[in-house]
Design a binder for this molecule. Sequence first.
Ligand code: PMP
Length: 362
Amino acid sequence: MKRVLNFYPGPAAIPLEAIEEAGDELVNWNNTGMSILEISHRSKQYEAVHNETKDLLRKLLQIPDDFRILMLQGGASLQFAMIPMNLLKDHETAGYIITGNFSRNAYKAANVVSKVFTAASTEKDGKFYRLPETNEIETDENAVYYHLTSNNTITGTQWKVFPDFGSVPVIADMSSDILSRKIDFKPFGLIYAGAQKNLGPAGVTVVIIKDDLVERSRGDLPDILSYKTLVSKNSLFNTPSCFSIYMMNKVLKWVKKSGGIDFIELQNRKKVELVYGLIDKYPDFFQSKIEKESRSFMNVTLRLPDEKLEESFISEAEKQGIIGLKGHRSVGGIRISMYNANGINEVNTLAQFMEDFHHKNG
Ligand code: PMP
């Protein structure tokens, strides 16, 4: 059977090699006579995968020694709540930079826990087409942290240079661009990401948290919500999402084998040139509302001259085995999500399709 070219925004394409390997191992994994789905999370075999996955991530992203890595459940959305629950004591506040639906959701969840403030918002008429300038961000001397979303999956904007608030840490939701480029950890106190874009399947959420934030976390939370407990138990306080972590392990090995983060970053730049190249070549046909400096390397959003053309773009693509291009319901149009598993060849095929579609309809 032929595989489709999958541009879904998440859950998204996983490297074929990782899928095939898992398929091969499903009946008898590592001579255990069972699959990873059936083995105890307290077994030595599982524990080895668990710890190796963390090591791989640490090495690939060059995560400094004073950060811990957690692999949790509940999605990025649970982190919207856990972050303020752990880090804000009574009456403490934090600044939220709102650049899209998910950062707004993070703000809403935090506001239930404590009184946080909007440090900046680029919302205009219910839409988000840009990121704030540094001088638009309001600071408060009492802020414990500033929260932002590094890549806005729905509208297609991405921070290229992160703000730095000195001794006040930045907390970033990197769900849709983690592992797409190198990270300078200096401004960050905590980075989190649901796995289902660049890291693997849904079901596991990575939290990379600096020791001093673990230290300052509240001690009066139920264990399952407490960073202190989860760090001290190595994300094995309760049953982790073993299969998702095992798949993430395979995806990380694939990244390593492909040439690591340098290769991935370079490849992502080339992919971006192909797709935005067409947007810049035919701006009246492939219409982008996103400011150039804010363009996401992961999710490209665009509109065509009318909705009929957009529908035909999506259905023509599907006929050619290219799927997942429908824009999010809140913005409409087209969205091309080109996470790491879609390499230059896949994006080239899509770019060729776009060129042909313009030729026929432009
Ligand atoms: N943040 C971002 C940037 C996202 O793209 C998403 C959607 N995957 C979420 C948060 C919500 O993630 P989850 O469904 O894992 O809670």
